[in-house]
Design a protein around this ligand. Structure first.
Ligand code: ZN
Length: 110
């Protein structure tokens, strides 16, 4: 699927913090594994950055699996003693695509 179309679909999603609709220019595609796409989105209104995983199928609205903010991801990176809720969040985030997540980001950074 074309990245332009992915961005167009994502632009129909609203920011979870302030409700502002995302803009195509502020959506960055990080990578994808078949229908599972990883995107970085910045809200134009509140400047919140998200890392989102979305299942996108031909011609259908994207199904957002997660939208972790940058701050939340930083938290996961920095702290060693996670709370139960945080572990649960991360578990939900990774559920269904095991090692693929890590692999995709490693590829992107390489
Ligand atoms: Zn916002």
């Amino acid at each position: 699927m074309e990245e332009k179309l992915i961005k167009k679909l994502m632009a129909s999603i609203k920011c979870g913090v302030c409700g502002q609709q995302y803009e195509i220019d502020n959506i960055e595609i990080l990578g994808h594994e078949e229908n599972l796409w990883f995107l970085r989105v910045v809200c134009v209104a509140c400047q919140t950055q998200y890392l989102a995983a979305a299942v996108i199928k031909d011609g259908k609205m994207p199904e957002i699996i997660t939208d972790l903010t940058e701050a939340e991801l930083d938290k996961f990176r920095k702290i060693e003693g996670l709370t139960a809720d945080e572990v649960l969040d991360m578990h939900n985030f990774l559920k269904g695509f095991d090692g693929n997540f890590t692999r995709i980001f490693n590829q992107k950074q390489a």
